[in-house]
Design a binder for this molecule. Structure first.
Ligand SMILES: Cc1cc2nc3c(=O)[nH]c(=O)nc-3n(C[C@H](O)[C@H](O)[C@H](O)COP(=O)(O)O)c2cc1C
Length: 449
């Protein structure tokens, strides 16, 4: 069996050999310049060899493209990611505990100055400072038995202190309970991990209650090794590049933001919890990692996880659903495209209704037949252009729940939902025969050059 790329270093070697990674040899400044370079090619893995002021290189864009994300896990087709994720949530593979691991080759517990150890970028014009945005946070659930991961951005305040933004109800509630007991909440943050670890961190704890590191192991087909942290009672990936250990302090808040958010606008400044780092551990010749905020790399894992939920929900009412796509242009949460094999009239609208019921953030849903490529925006637009009559095929639900992350919702605090049924009426199929050139599917242009 092919060796799996379970560590960032293996993946870098693999993609170097394949020539898919852009190596940036010129020195780049972590203050705007490095994010600016990443923004020039969304979906592209980058390796920055020289970051101004640092010995440590930095990577970005490793999980920014559906095909490459699949490739990083040894999966051939981007479309196979969703079935693989569903299987991995149902059949997770436990991690393996190691007594010691490379991530603890270097341990700093005194006089911690985070920005002297690794680069921390400043991203957007009006951001309130430098932010750590790609750390995979590890905590334990309320019972103290189960660990779970997520990504939470951290504003660097200086020394060993950061602000942390937590929007998920579970983690907020957990932190509240620690606060009530007057205790800090222990956390660990892993940087320099493969896309499977980032992707699995996005699985909703509320919906699946999965141990997300075990899900990542299942996605990779190999049990990931973990080690015990040095200053907190948590386990982290033994082969991550850098780990920060620390505590979220009880009853302490400091101003965090503004920051250029997922939807492409600035979020406001607000008081948020504060983290104090008690140890930084890292590998020899460690490689730092970032994820450009609001890039495909941030959106894709979120979108894929939403596709898992969407597919399951639609399948309950339209069993012949073939595939779903949460688009990047729709901020990986507001736009869904659903492909069905229509069996009865009404399947199209029913699928859209199921989608809205399953995810409050969805605003606009298009349902198409199986001959439309839902991953090609032009093909979806073509279906809308040639199969939709607005008075018959579009429905609007006014004033439903929506996502406060996008500004038009905040005009009234509610969101209208629009379903577009772009499927062909069953009785009309013969009038919608799609043209086709026999043999064209098998022609490879290279063979004619
Ligand atoms: C690159 C990236 C950055 C993210 N930043 C934040 C953040 O700053 N705060 C936050 O609450 N969620 C953030 N998220 C989303 C959470 O990580 C996600 O909602 C969470 O992992 C879902 O799991 P949960 O149900 O366990 O909370 C981010 C996600 C990604 C991919």
């Amino acid at each position: 069996m092919e060796t799996m790329n379970t560590t960032l270093r293996q993946l870098i070697d693999y993609w170097d050999t394949k020539g898919v990674m852009l190596r940036i040899r010129r020195e780049v400044d972590p203050y705007f310049e490095l994010p600016g370079v990443i923004s020039k090619k969304d979906g592209q893995p980058f390796y920055f060899e020289k970051v101004k002021g640092y010995q440590m290189p930095m990577v970005a864009g490793f999980g920014a493209d559906r095909g490459l994300m699949a490739d990083s896990m040894g999966i051939e087709e981007g479309q196979q990611l969703i079935p693989k994720m569903i299987d991995s949530i149902v059949n997770p593979l436990p991690t393996t505990k190691w007594a010691t691991g490379p991530v603890q080759e270097n341990v700093i517990t005194k006089n911690i100055q985070l920005d002297r150890i690794f680069p921390i970028c400043t991203y957007n014009e009006f951001d309130s400072g430098a932010f750590i945005v790609a750390g995979v946070l590890v905590v334990k659930d309320l019972s103290g038995q189960k660990r779970y991961t997520s990504i939470r951005r951290m504003q660097f305040y200086g020394g060993n202190r950061c602000g942390i933004l937590i929007t998920s109800p579970e983690l907020r509630e957990q932190y509240r309970q620690f606060e009530q007991a007057g205790e800090p909440m222990e956390i660990a943050i892993m940087m320099g991990v493969v896309p499977a670890v980032v992707l699995s961190s996005q699985i909703s704890t509320h919906l699946y209650h999965a141990d997300k590191l075990n899900v990542a192991s299942a996605m990779l087909g190999e049990s990931l090794p973990v080690v015990q942290c040095k200053t907190v009672d948590l386990e982290v990936l033994a082969e991550a590049e850098i780990v920060l250990e620390g505590r979220m302090l009880p009853h302490v808040r400091e101003e965090e933001g503004p920051f250029g958010e997922l939807a492409g606008y600035y979020g406001v400044q607000s008081p948020q919890p504060v983290v104090e780092i008690s140890a930084v551990t890292y590998r020899n010749q460690a490689i730092c990692q970032t994820i450009l905020p609001a890039s495909f790399e941030e959106k894709l894992p979120m979108g894929l996880v939403r596709e898992v939920t969407l597919l399951s929900s639609v399948r309950q009412v339209v069993p012949s659903v073939k595939d779903v796509h949460i688009t990047m242009g729709g901020v990986a949460r507001y736009h869904g495209v659903i492909q069905i094999e229509k069996r009865s009239e009404g399947d199209g609208k029913q699928a859209a209704l199921a989608a809205f019921a399953s995810d409050k953030d969805l605003k606009h849903v298009v349902v198409v037949d199986e001959d439309v490529n839902i991953f090609d925006p032009s093909d979806v637009e073509w279906a809308i252009a040639t199969r939709v009559q607005a008075d018959l095929d579009i429905f609007i639900v006014p004033g439903a729940k929506g996502s406060p992350l996008e500004p038009s919702h905040n005009l009234r605090g509610v969101t209208a939902k629009m379903g577009i049924d772009a499927t062909v009426p069953l009785t009309e199929k013969e009038n919608y025969q799609r043209k086709r050139i026999p043999g064209a599917d098998f022609i490879r242009l290279e063979d004619y050059l």
